[in-house]
Design a protein around this ligand. Sequence first.
Ligand SMILES: Cc1cc2nc3c(=O)[nH]c(=O)nc-3n(C[C@H](O)[C@H](O)[C@H](O)COP(=O)(O)OP(=O)(O)OC[C@H]3O[C@@H](n4cnc5c(N)ncnc54)[C@H](O)[C@@H]3O)c2cc1C
Length: 438
Amino acid sequence: MGRGHAVVLGASMGGLLAARALSETFDRVTLLERDELPAEPRDRRGVPQGRHVHVLLPRGSQILGSFFPGLADELGALGVPRTQLARQIRFVVSGHRLARGHPGPVMLQPTRPTLEHVVRRRVAALPGVEFVQGCDVTGLTATAGRITGARFARRADGGPEETVGADLVIDALGRSGRSLDWLSQLGYARPPEERIQVGIRYVSCFMRTPPDALAPEQGILVGPVPGRPSGMAFMACEGDRWLLTVAGMAGTQPPTDVDALIAFIQKMTPPDFHEVIAKSERLSDPVVHTFPASLRRRYEKLRAYPEGLLVFADGLCSFNPIYGQGMTVASLQAEALRTCLEAGEHNLARRFYKAAAKAIDPAWQLSAAGDLALPEIKGPRPLATRLINRYVARLHRVGATDIAVADAFWRVTGYLDPTPALLRPRVALRVFRNSKVT
Ligand SMILES: Cc1cc2nc3c(=O)[nH]c(=O)nc-3n(C[C@H](O)[C@H](O)[C@H](O)COP(=O)(O)OP(=O)(O)OC[C@H]3O[C@@H](n4cnc5c(N)ncnc54)[C@H](O)[C@@H]3O)c2cc1C
């Protein structure tokens, strides 16, 4: 298969990362995208979530940096803050403000349009990569047991449907990607799904704080707690702006009037931050995004599946966004794709879905456990989930005063360490010993 033609459906972060991985194996990579892609960092219709806080976790930053050397400097040149996670971002989890000490991992804080713009520019510069914009992907082409390409229509022309042949097609059309339907039209079963109804509503607006009002801090993240299924983030970003995002869960509806929004977050936000937010200049009207459920599609469990098609990124799993995992997990999938392609074509779909599931598992477990710690979220809570949630609540409490425990938490949520690192004796002993005396 190598050195042929790969076609990527969708040119958002998932599609761009897939294209980067494919470019190492294929002579030609073509991305088909419905939107006209802006020449400047700008919101676009196909990525409405891009108007809200988009945290790039430290592991995601590392992988992007390895795929695109110099990316952090490019973002820095556009004014994107580069922060020391454990020193400059305030975390309030389970109602506790985590202790700070070591600088912790570095985090980049671009807005989503700026990150996508810079990554797209780098992908476009790769040899053999071509973007076809303003086209609706309408289906797949297939022969027995194999997907052979895609069908699309150019929107502006209103012209006839066209086809493009491919040795490999990647569906990066996002969570509502149509491969599910197209595959069932070809006679394949739908993959089993897991779903957690989180009923999220995000409301966001840009602000400008008085100069250095919060320095050296560069942001705050306040998580939900039982009895108050809502949270907030206020993050510095490029253009000397801050982005306020307020999240309501389980049907909680943050208001869309700025004054009402600021009043809504008063109780959950530390007073020093709230005071600054209240007197910040308002740069944009609030925008809303709703997200009904975390959704995982288990393609790795299907018995019959055609060669020549891989579903990627949010099409495989889209997480409750408050944990900021989507782009990092997409970058882990891109690494997995590269490794699978290096080993050749044989059984590619089976190998990729297995590797992708391994990358998704810890993220899904972390977000599911976090969601199910809230009584307002419906879902099964087996004993293991209840025990883990009690342990994590203790860990947050101890992490308010114990830097080593807080550090372990940051490293796991930033994907720098595997989840079991939270249970290592060095951490667990501190959690149990210290939580007894508090
Ligand atoms: C509210 C919200 C907040 C989030 N916050 C974070 C965060 O803090 N950190 C993080 O890492 N992740 C976050 N995410 C997740 C992140 O946005 C996604 O994981 C990431 O964009 C990768 O998704 P994707 O590329 O698979 O799909 P998408 O981003 O949904 O992109 C799909 C692409 O396909 C195109 N397309 C769709 N249909 C067609 C068609 N028929 N023909 C041609 N093109 C088509 C679209 O125009 C779009 O470009 C958040 C998500 C939401 C909803």
